[in-house]
Design a protein around this ligand. Structure first.
Ligand SMILES: [Zn+2]
Length: 90
């Protein structure tokens, strides 16, 4: 289940209403490679970090997944700590 604020449409005009909604054309064009800029900050979905990138020229927007975990990300996972605590209690 992907949670995204990007709505791809070729009917409505491109619009940036971040962080609520971004209307994007369904396809990128040649302009996008040169004009992509980051919208907002880095978001997290489960273990993946991503940010929205939007083309200044045409409004094409993608979720850009970051390959490396962010430096301030939780390194030892929260689940690990929780299960350790549960074992201690049980
Ligand atoms: Zn573009």
């Amino acid at each position: 289940m992907n949670k995204t604020i990007v709505e791809y449409t070729d009917v409505k005009r491109p619009r940036n209403m971040y962080p609520k909604l971004i209307l994007s054309p369904s396809k990128g064009k040649a302009c996008c490679a040169q004009n992509m800029e980051q919208i907002g900050g880095v978001e997290r979905e489960e273990n993946r970090a991503y940010c929205y990138r939007r083309c200044r020229a045409c409004g094409y927007t993608v979720r850009h997944f970051l390959s490396a975990p962010p430096p301030d990300g939780p390194s030892g996972s929260w689940e690990d700590e929780t299960s350790t605590l549960l074992k201690l209690v049980g």
